[in-house]
Design a protein around this ligand. Sequence first.
Ligand SMILES: [Zn+2]
Length: 261
Amino acid sequence: MLIDVHSHLTFKAFEKDLDEVIERAKNAGVVAILCSGVDHESNVKVLELSKKQSIIKSSLGIYPLDAVGLGHYDDVPRETRAIDVDAEIEFIRKNKDNIISIGEIGLDKSPEEPKLKEQEEVFWKAIKLAEEIKKPIVVHTRKAEKECIEILESSKIKNVVLHCFTGNLKLVKKAEDLNFYLSIPTIITRLKHFQEVVEKISLNNILTETDAPYLSHIKGERSEPSHIKETIKIIAQIKKITEEEAENIIFSNYQKIFLKK
Ligand SMILES: [Zn+2]
């Protein structure tokens, strides 16, 4: 009953062996893999993949840096042309019955000049769409954790997953108070921050993710959904429960946020 709420299986890193990767996930006990698009090309691929493989759930996104022409998620050098945001919003709306959530969306202040105002406009458009079509959102918050939480708090949106949230523990607590979910990547095995997050918040606010192919529990390696078990082991240790209990609660969290009608 393992869940991966955030991955990018349509990225180049999985081009050669995607079927094996999905097979390994199933064998490891993974029952749902949310695949996040970041731009039009990947959104189209995510939809196609979810039609072929029932374990794959579509999450269509507008990556904050791509949205304003500041680079690309997979770091492949390419023309940094901004996404046509309004067209992509329309595309997501049109596909609302084929998707489980919207994301990843959010803010990213890692560039020196992040065009934050523009990013915020895009983020708001995506949030409004999520409210309109009643979907949860998966949020990217790199170096803009506080700004993201402020915007989310001032919106009406309730079903929020903060993916790979590296904000300080005060913000972590704040997110929990707002009843958001924090999805914990497998890098928790070697990153104390996420161990502290798990210590700090209730298991009722925790989900698991890989962000595959990124954030592997083994430095320098590609991550994949079959690795989710590594996170469950650590969560069980920290919360002093069995792995099975941890799995069950996280599965029920997944149902609550993504499958409720
Ligand atoms: Zn991601």
